[in-house]
Design a protein around this ligand. Structure first.
Ligand code: C5P
Length: 225
C-alpha cells in the first residue's frame, strides 16, 4: 500500500465548483469537474491519511471510497464546512473553484421575463469571502495549507499571476495551473507549478490528474517531514 507518508495525518480537501443561486432554477457556476480534488483525496488516502472531502457539485460516483464527504454547494456553505473540517486538520488543500462573486439577492421564485419590455437584465453581484485567506489567518500551529490558482494567458503571465496570488493568500504552497477553453478542465493532462508563500518556485509537475495528484501529495508529505 505504498510508503504511507501521511499515516496518522488528517487531511481536508475541498473540490468541485460552487454554484451561487439566482433563483430556484438558475445559478452562476464554473467549469470545475472536481476530478483533480478527488484525485488528491484518493492520493492522500493511499498515503495513509484520514481524509475529509468537502465537495461542491461533484458527481458522487467520483467520491473516492474511504473518504468522509461533506457536501457544500455555495461559497457560504463551503466556508462553513471548511472552517469546521479544518479545525482538527494537519493539512488543508483548498482545491475547489469558489465563486468570487454571488448574486446580492436570491429570488425565492423563478425570475420571469414576461411583463418586462427590456432586452437587458442587470445583475448585482457581491464579493464572497476568501475562504483560503481566512483559513490561513486562523490556522492552528503546524497546519499546512495548500491553495490553487487557475490562470489564463501565456506561460509567463500565468506564473506571474500565480506568484502574486501566492504572496497575497499566504498559503504554504500554491499550485498554479494553466486553464482555458482547451486546457485544465475535465480528464486531461495538465501541468502545475508549485510556489511557496513568497512566490518562489519549488517544483514543477506534469502528467495526468491522478499522477499530478500523487506527486502533489508526495510533495506535501515531504514538506511535513
Ligand atoms: O483568487 P482566486 O479565486 O484565483 O484564488 C484561488 C484559490 O483561492 C483557490 O485555492 C480557491 O479554492 C481559493 N478561494 C477561496 N475563496 C474564494 C475564492 C477562491 O478559498 N472566495
Amino acid at each position: 500500500a505504498g510508503p504511507q507518508r501521511l499515516r496518522g495525518k488528517r487531511v481536508v480537501v475541498s473540490a468541485g465548483g460552487t454554484r451561487e443561486p439566482l433563483d430556484p432554477v438558475r445559478f452562476i457556476g464554473n467549469r470545475s469537474s472536481g476530478i483533480f480534488g478527488c484525485e488528491i483525496a484518493r492520493a492522500a488516502l493511499a498515503e495513509g491519511a484520514e481524509v475529509c472531502l468537502v465537495a461542491a457539485h461533484i458527481d458522487s460516483a467520483r467520491y473516492p471510497h474511504g473518504v468522509s464527504v461533506v457536501e457544500a454547494g455555495t461559497a457560504a456553505e463551503m466556508e462553513r464546512a471548511m472552517r469546521a473540517a479544518s479545525r482538527e486538520a494537519d493539512v488543508v488543500v483548498m482545491c475547489a473553484a469558489v465563486a468570487d462573486y454571488r448574486p446580492e439577492t436570491t429570488s425565492s421564485t423563478k425570475l420571469k421575463k414576461e411583463g418586462t419590455r427590456s432586452t437587458r437584465l442587470t445583475l448585482t453581484l457581491e464579493a464572497t469571502p476568501d475562504i483560503l485567506r481566512g483559513l490561513v489567518r486562523e490556522r492552528r500551529a503546524g497546519q499546512f495549507i495548500v491553495g490553487f490558482a487557475a490562470e489564463t494567458g501565456d506561460d509567463r503571465s500565468v506564473l506571474e499571476l500565480g506568484q502574486a496570488k501566492a504572496r497575497r493568500k499566504g498559503a504554504d504552497l500554491l499550485a498554479i495551473n494553466h486553464v482555458g477553453a482547451d486546457a485544465g478542465f475535465g480528464d486531461v493532462d495538465s501541468r502545475i507549478v508549485l510556489v511557496d508563500s513568497r512566490g518562489e518556485v519549488v517544483a514543477e509537475l506534469a502528467g495526468s490528474k491522478p499522477q499530478l495528484a500523487r506527486d502533489l501529495v508526495a510533495h506535501i508529505a515531504h514538506c511535513l517531514s
